[in-house]
Design a protein around this ligand. Structure first.
Ligand SMILES: [Zn+2]
Length: 190
């Protein structure tokens, strides 16, 4: 499903009448580089060092926060782990991460009534399909478009195309959107 919607989006980008061939090439390169993360991470995070004590909410909270702070600080100076997830598998939500250039659909959002393998294509595309399209378009909205295929803050637009995008928003971003959502980048993580 995700790959089919990405193919449909590539077709839409190619058909945009306001975007130059140079910018289209960059947009397609970014679209093809998007990593599709579905269900759960390849590597599970090891929480075994976090001591959880019944009836010690404050202490549990403190130790969990300490673990997380160390985990984040340990990343300094190391290569980016592109397999990392920003949501847990049971989370009923999805997100696009501009700095990773990936779309993430935890197992929680792929359960009935949102997604059901036993149902026809139509309801699954209507629900989960629009979520996939929604997250994909975040890569090309007013915030996401500022990041390149590797997730670096880099301007890959020609000046004319960027002007078109900014000055004629209804003509630009709604035509790139494959969903009916009228939100721009209300939040990176949604
Ligand atoms: Zn969103």
């Amino acid at each position: 499903m995700t790959r089919r919607i990405e193919d449909a989006m590539a077709l839409r980008v190619q058909q945009l009448d306001w975007m130059s061939p140079e910018t289209k090439q960059q947009a397609l390169a970014k679209l093809h580089a998007i990593r599709n993360k579905i269900g759960y991470p390849d590597n599970w995070r090891d929480y075994s060092s976090v001591k959880i004590v019944p009836n010690d909410f404050y202490g549990n909270n403190l130790r969990a926060t300490e673990f997380e702070t160390h985990r984040e600080l340990n990343k300094v100076g190391k290569p980016v782990d592109r397999g990392e997830w920003g949501m847990t598998p049971p989370t009923v939500n999805a997100y696009f991460d501009p700095q990773m250039n990936d779309i993430n659909f935890p197992a929680g959002v792929l359960q009935p009534p949102l997604y059901d393998a036993k149902l026809d294509d139509a309801p699954n595309y209507g629900n989960t399909g629009s979520t996939i399209g929604h997250e994909l378009t975040h890569g090309f909205d007013d915030e996401g478009r500022q990041f390149d295929a590797k997730g670096n803050l880099k301007d890959w637009w020609t000046k004319e195309d960027a002007d078109q995008f900014v000055n004629t928003p209804t003509a630009s971003w709604t035509s790139m959107r494959s969903t009916s959502s009228l939100t721009m980048s209300t939040s990176i993580r949604s």
